[in-house]
Design a protein around this ligand. Structure first.
Ligand SMILES: Cc1ncc(COP(=O)(O)O)c(C=O)c1O
Length: 484
């Protein structure tokens, strides 16, 4: 009987039954309080799950704009934006101020109990910037994966069909349902099965996934991929069983590959022919990242459901879906919601984010810095021995991928390359390590040998110049190491 024993009683009970756990309450609290003397990274390694892969052992304490400062006073140039989240830079003053004000107003306006005033104010700002006026109804959640799950629930409820089709190379999250929809690396689902059934895969027009050269004409890749999509509907999941196809308009974790407009139009056409919904997952490519508020705008294709997260609240946990009222109204009241769905502080931050985009002409800076970055990378590729390692430079806005030639694939999580330095055969993780030595954070992506540049959209010309210099030095160091 453990009732009313309290924490020390529980520890006593545990120690009497299991000698290996024997520790008194006093010893236990002493070990925690002594932890003040322990290096924070060591404490984290001890007490945070090993399941989190980590690029560095830095402990982030402060951040402003494009820089993060660690607990040891190291100032890092951040080209990751916390994986495409702090699009307006760390702690943008207007966003932080809006969140702080909201903290003294109401922090938890629970959506299954009543309406949230700040959420409604956010929706008024959000609707006009969505890629199509038909996307007039929203649902907010916390993380990208939750929003993807919400999109799948909506598609199933609206079509009364069970299956979804995902792209080869896709990344949609790490929850059970979204891990089952992820095709960028096996690590996200490995040993966690059984995953959600009813998920089928079709081809994405990315040359590496067809084993074709980088200069394969786009029309050929699109032709192949649309053929594969038609075959998927004839060989894997019949249209009458298929609720939706979901696509990242720029494949993120799968290699930073923008979907050609012709491919998106082709998907739209086939979906329309068969009553299949088209879902755009703009969790990473949205909120100005690619130079438009959402990348799908480039093509003019209308998604039936749009998924957003990350950049929407610049670091506060907020995600959501937008769709038509006709579809959204097919869901039964009570079937959607969640304790923190559309948290008030996160909504206040998101409202400020949208205002900053307008007041500070953020998209103009994206266009200028994108030109600067592409110009630098193309010059490096064409005119330097180290640059000859580069096979492909691609992307849009400040979502830019660099792929190296003729290197093996790696199904491990290459962002954890810190643990594998020296034995890693790919170039990208080596460059990441060299950048780290020079106090710059840069990420690799996909099983292919790809680096991704995702700086804050507010990065200045001088900061980007500094980043390009560090990148060049880092690539040259790797080229020297491998004898190029
Ligand atoms: C395209 C895409 N979808 C979904 C997710 C999952 O988002 P979250 O990590 O917030 O669950 C991510 C995260 O990187 C993503 O890039």
């Amino acid at each position: 009987m453990l009732a009313n024993t309290g924490a020390s009683g529980l520890l006593r009970a545990a120690s009497s039954n299991a000698p290996r756990l024997a520790v008194s309450a006093r010893q236990f609290s002493a070990s925690i309080s002594n932890s003040a003397d322990v290096d924070a990274a060591s404490f984290g390694e001890q007490h945070i799950t090993k399941g989190i892969g980590r690029l560095t052992k830095h402990v982030f304490e402060d951040a402003k704009g494009t820089f993060i400062t660690t607990d040891k006073g190291v100032k890092l140039l951040d080209l990751t934006s916390g994986i495409g989240v702090v699009n307006l830079g760390h702690c943008h003053p207007k966003v932080s101020e809006a969140a702080a004000k909201q903290c003294s107003k109401i922090t938890h306006a629970q959506v299954n109990i009543g309406f949230s005033a700040v959420q409604i104010a956010l929706i008024k700002e959000l609707l006009p910037i969505l890629p199509h006026p038909s996307l007039d109804t929203v649902f907010f959640w916390n993380s990208g994966a939750e929003a993807v799950e919400a999109a799948v629930k909506l598609a199933r409820a609206a079509t009364k069909k069970p299956n979804v089709i995902v792209m080869q190379g896709s990344y949609h999250g790490r929850t059970n349902a979204t891990a089952s929809m992820t095709r960028s690396k096996t690590i996200y689902g490995e040993s966690h099965g059984p995953l959600m059934p009813g998920v089928f895969t079709t081809a994405f027009p990315y040359y590496s996934q067809f084993g074709l050269p980088a200069d394969t004409p786009t029309e050929e890749l699109v032709r192949q991929s649309l053929l594969q999509f038609k075959l998927t509907l004839q060989q894997q999941t019949a249209p009458s069983d298929t609720a939706a196809v979901i696509i990242e308009p720029v494949i993120g974790e799968g290699g930073y590959v923008p979907a050609p407009p012709e491919f998106l139009h082709g998907l739209r056409k086939i979906c329309d022919e068969h009553g299949i919904l088209l879902i755009a997952d703009e969790v990473q490519s949205g909120f100005g990242r690619t130079g438009k508020m959402f990348f799908i705008e480039e093509s003019g294709v209308k998604p039936d459901i749009l998924i957003f997260a990350k950049g929407i609240a610049n670091g506060f946990p907020l995600s959501g879906i937008a769709s038509t009222k006709a579809l959204m109204d097919l869901q039964k009241p009570g079937s959607m919601g969640g304790t923190y769905a559309g948290n008030a502080v996160a909504c206040a931050a998101a409202k400020a984010v949208i205002q900053v985009f307008q007041e500070e002409n953020i998209l103009d800076n994206v266009a200028a810095r994108s030109k600067q970055l592409f110009g630098f990378l193309e010059d490096l590729k064409a005119n330097s021995p180290a640059g000859s390692l580069i096979e492909d430079i691609r992307g849009s806005g400040l979502m830019v991928g660099v792929q190296f030639a003729d290197r093996p694939t790696d199904a491990g999580s290459s962002n954890t390359a810190a643990t594998k330095a020296g034995s890693q055969p790919q170039i990208a993780p080596k460059v990441v390590q060299e950048c780290l030595k020079r106090d710059m954070l840069l990420l690799s992506t996909s099983i292919f040998d790809v680096l991704r540049f995702i700086p804050p959209l507010t990065i200045t010309e001088q900061e980007l110049e500094q980043a390009c210099g560090i990148f060049k030095e880092s690539l040259e160091a790797v080229a020297k190491e491998i004898g190029v």
